[in-house]
Design a protein around this ligand. Sequence first.
Ligand SMILES: C[S@@+](CC[C@H](N)C(=O)[O-])C[C@H]1O[C@@H](n2cnc3c(N)ncnc32)[C@H](O)[C@@H]1O
Length: 298
Amino acid sequence: MMWSESSDFDNDAPHVPVLVEEVISNLLNEETEIFVDATIGCGGHTKEVLRRFKKVKVIGLDVDEEAIQIAKKRLEEFEGRVTILKGNYRNIERVLDDLKVREVDAILFDLGISSFQLNSRRGFSFHDDDFLDMRMDKERDLTAFQVVNRYPMRRLAQIIRSYGDEKEASRIARAIVLRRKLKEIRTAKELAEIIEKAKRRRGKIHPATLTFQALRMEVNEEMENLKEGLIGATRVLRKGGRIGVISFHSIEDRAVKNLFRAETCLRVLTKKPIKPKREEVLKNPRSRSAKLRVAEKI
Ligand SMILES: C[S@@+](CC[C@H](N)C(=O)[O-])C[C@H]1O[C@@H](n2cnc3c(N)ncnc32)[C@H](O)[C@@H]1O
């Protein structure tokens, strides 16, 4: 994928932020003082926020050290108004506590991986001959290599089914286990070929897409993080403050919808999720599956 794929914002951006206008109009206003970008990535959303709201201060988190370095560089001009830290949004309360910040006005979670990470040769992309790593946070131990080569078949099938919504999860898990008995599966491309051969049905997307998504979610504990992250975010939000979550597939979106509903001190503002306009999808195809849900603390 080309970095300059499509952006009105920054043609050299390593990642094009999605739903920027919708995030800004739903989460911020002239009174906003502190905005938390829980997934700052390459700083796309934060850059627009800082550019448009001169009074706002941003606290940005990410688990990916390389992304943090990119964000710091891209946001140099806003020095003094942005604090970027390596941290898991799961620990948002502790992070803010350490910064002596008691409550904040708005929090954004932009889930999934960035285009930068997809191109970072860590095994996220099934077209590449890269080691099956898939860690966003390199300080963590578990890699996709370990999941693929060490997990029992049943657990593997369960992960592929529940995190990937993959109908052929059992066939895929069986094919993986048969192959790894002969030889360890080391690269993303090798794994993608095994999945492609194992699957009976062909759809519009690459046959390995859902399995790769499931492995990434397992390696990075994405569902656990999301659940705890949203609970923590609700606690640190001021009354009247807003949380926005951008998700990219139905499993995440369903989880966000249910977590929002379960929080009694949140009022959901989006009965239906906000989707990108046609023009955005044409410019940035990655945005086509994005959905934004917003809630307000009451
Ligand atoms: C889609 S990207 C965000 C892109 C960003 N909004 C931008 O415009 O550049 C998602 C980011 O979330 C980060 N991330 C994933 N899980 C995280 C977690 N639990 N805590 C903090 N950051 C996380 C990833 O490393 C990745 O950089």
